[in-house]
Design a protein around this ligand. Structure first.
Ligand SMILES: C[C@H](N)CC(=O)SCCNC(=O)CCNC(=O)[C@H](O)C(C)(C)COP(=O)(O)OP(=O)(O)OC[C@H]1O[C@@H](n2cnc3c(N)ncnc32)[C@H](O)[C@@H]1OP(=O)(O)O
Length: 135
């Protein structure tokens, strides 16, 4: 029987504030996406186990494209493996909207398709007392 927690998917959207710009061209640092992965993974753990869980590690982090201040990003986590207390997640951060300062200071557009900026595989661990078992 397939574990019902497999495939659980959570998506967050977030406007990237200019206060997070860190490098030339208003780029944000790579750790910004990892912070967003922590938040979306936390909601996954709440759905699967009724606990915020703890991030144990990343097997793979890839920065495919920069994230800029003024972007709107969509962050997705999907459960791909369920261990005893660990859950493996496929994580993606994609830019769905971006500013167009070449048009005007506040101009922006929807990106179709979105730009996949960061992907990762991560493992979260839930406490033994919270582990939800399949009926
Ligand atoms: C998602 C969060 N809400 C948001 C965060 O980002 S939390 C901030 C960053 N994370 C932390 O501060 C966590 C610090 N680390 C810990 O507290 C512990 O190391 C841990 C709780 C993550 C694991 O410790 P422990 O419970 O002693 O682990 P074990 O009993 O050895 O193993 C339990 C299961 O976890 C698997 N596992 C452990 N470490 C790793 C790892 N580095 N990478 C992948 N998997 C790991 C281990 O294999 C066990 O799996 P199963 O229960 O057999 O499925």
């Amino acid at each position: 029987m397939t574990d019902a927690r497999l495939g659980v998917t959570v998506t967050h959207r977030r406007y990237v504030p200019y206060s997070h710009a860190h490098y030339a061209g208003n780029l944000v640092d790579g750790a910004y996406a990892l912070g967003l992965f922590g938040d979306v993974a936390t909601e996954v753990c709440i759905h699967t186990d009724g606990d915020e869980g703890l991030f144990a590690g990343y097997a793979d982090v890839r920065f495919h494209a920069p994230i800029h201040a003024g972007d709107v990003v969509q962050v997705t986590a999907r459960v791909t493996r369920v261990g005893t207390r660990s859950r493996t997640l496929e994580l993606e951060c994609a830019v769905v909207c971006r500013g167009r300062p070449d048009r005007s200071a506040s101009a922006a557009e929807v990106l179709d398709p979105p730009i996949v900026a960061v992907t990762a595989t991560g493992t979260v661990v839930v406490p033994a007392a919270s582990v939800s078992r399949e009926e």
